[in-house]
Design a protein around this ligand. Sequence first.
Ligand code: ZN
Length: 434
Amino acid sequence: MAMAAAPAVSPGTVPLGVLLRREVTKERMERPDVLCGEASRSRKGEDFTLLRADAGRRVAGDPSTSFSVFALFDGHNGSGAAIYAKENLLHNVLRAIPTCLSRDEWLAVLPRALVAAFVKTDKDFQRLAGTSGTTVTFVIVDEWVVTVASVGDSRCILESADGSFYYLSADHRFDSNPDEVERVTACGSKVGKMDIVGGPEVGPLRCWPGGLCLSRSIGDFDVGECIIPVPHVKQVKLSNAGGRIIIASDGVWDDLSCEMALDCSRGFPSDVAANRIVNEAIRPRGIRDDTTCIVIDILPPEKLAPTPPKRQGKIAFNNMFRKKSPDVPFKTDSEYAEPDVVEEIFEDGSAMLSKRLTTGYALEKNFGRSSCAVCLSRLKPGQGISLHANPLQYGKLQGWQGPFLCHVCHDKKEAMEGKRRRKDSSPTVFGHMC
Ligand SMILES: [Zn+2]
């Protein structure tokens, strides 16, 4: 019997064309298409958005390392804080990330850079002596990894390709957050419902004076520095089946549940979806508040619109995330057996700067040995104040007493932790009703 014709290449080698095709395919699968749409109906003109599909590059000059940023700022008591945050926060985040990092390192330092940038933005706005405030929901999409930093109540949710949904932001409303009530009360502020003389207490829990119903924001200095800008940060990795992210102001969430927002927009392109969500929110009662929605689709390449998930409305709570094992090095390119699983990489919502700026990866590399961990100003030898409560003891254990703060940022940290109480006892004002 004649032997079959020999293959064109010997066993064990792969033709160059196949290798190139694999590279192209791999490249495509590693970088999703990120599409975004927004819709807004304005009543007070205090909602602002930032949509940057190409917000920067992890490696200067390399377009294959670009990442996207989407943010919503829902201002109150004026639009100054919202506009200031929109114009400055992204820059402050980027300057807080050291250069020359690998992708894994870049993603690992993001949570800390976000905390530093939120606090710096708040501190810088304080200099302008404005009294307005703003929620911030700030989303960074780097390939399949989504990092969300939030203060306030502009909620951000994710629906994965299999129809599970996840909360990516915290709700910093006193009404839904007893821990924050305790924190603000411990700082010396009063939290309670509006007390109409001679009548019952009404409405949501608020911080007095001011009547703000949020415990965290950028701005709101006249309410008190216990209203802090330290964001809740959550970082997740989607499967390469992708997913949909919805960010919306409370004008949407006051009238729509997460399920309703997803249901009314599922299967539509992102811009149509955002419009449908806003229209659905204002349909029953009209425009009662600024009502803004951003829809971000993270899609396998060349798929122009999301396919409706097979299963819908499956509620996934935080503990249903696939947790990254702390013992396993951070790997962003891992393949997982379960294709639609959303992996939780990081989550921290603590109010304590000393915790948020010191945990985790490569501290000295992140902040440098001689700059303030919040504003990055240069510190002369011996000038910085250690973040640690007992730096000498910490120094013995760790050999390094940093990160350090400059005097201005240290004063701000003390004020946020209630160690520097407000001197005046201003009369009750209602400027921050939300
Ligand atoms: Zn500083």
